[in-house]
Design a protein around this ligand. Sequence first.
Ligand code: TYM
Length: 336
Amino acid sequence: MGKQRVLSGVQPTGTLHLGNYLGAIRNWVEAQSQYENYFFIADLHAITVPHDPEHLADQTYSLAALYLACGLDLNHTTIFVQSHISAHTELAWLLNCITPLNWLERMIQFKEKALKQGENVNIGLLDYPVLQAADILLYQADLVPVGEDQKQHLELTRDIAARLNFQYGQQDQPILKLPEPLIRPEGARIMSLTDGTNKMSKSDPSEQSRINLLDTPDQIHNKIKRCKTDPVRGLSFDDPQRPECHNLLTLYLLMSGKTKAAVTQECADMGWGQFKPLLTEVMIEDLRPIQERYTELMTHPRDLQAVLKKGRDQAAAIATTTLTTVKDVLGYARPL
Ligand code: TYM
């Protein structure tokens, strides 16, 4: 039996933060040798909120460099840009026509982001999860490693695939594979540094709320120094009254590579004054090699472009096959 196929993506908006890294990319890297992997830059998704055309291309290359800097290995992984493969938008259109509107209206991310856009909510924001379903279903992915916030979109993807299979397929021969989300218990929801009840997010107006992968040691030092804590002495996981404490210990656990039991024991009698420098040090050291590799990769833009071109060729072959199958079952005339 061949390897299972894994697919996931990140939007090239803002800089990547620890939530993106610990909730998604680091898990892709760790498991990549077990799977056949496709990781892409979700640039079509990036324009569902206001964006700056001056920066979109640069942010796309920067994200590709970060993927590689974090350790994605081209021997196991194909990296490509979503907008380079037009099958994504084409399948999204076909899926639009079988997706009930009220499935999209109940998406939590839509409701949250629509609130921010006020009167100017664009259709792309509503339709975003159908494009995401197309991203995944085109590759007949088995597994989709993501953070907790994407769970609902994954469920919708499965529902859309099941509906297409039911309406146009044979019972024993599904057209589209139903993917499974891969959400690790630890790191699936990294919280803001200024409010432990909100997730760390690129769109939070406060820079203090997140650690970016490309933050300098000084920035990391200052953010941790000023991050929200509580007046209790002794640090512990899982106390619902202490969300910041749980979040900071989780960051320490993930970035030090220690077990939960070891961190629990190590920090049980600590105060914040002792813990914060420890966490700062671990973060700086964990991110240092990524930042060094990133700087090196960004000095060779041609090499980066070549990686994305090869990725596009490999991914497009699979995407086109699935798209053709779907068009066939929907009854489209094939071009001669
Ligand atoms: P995006 O760009 O918002 O986030 C990329 C990945 O980071 C995870 N993540 C987090 N994990 C833990 N804690 C956090 N605070 C945190 N913030 C973000 C996200 O869950 C995600 O895994 N719609 C997707 C991109 C996308 C996609 C796809 C993903 C488009 N098509 C197909 C998988 C498959 C998004 O906006 O991710």
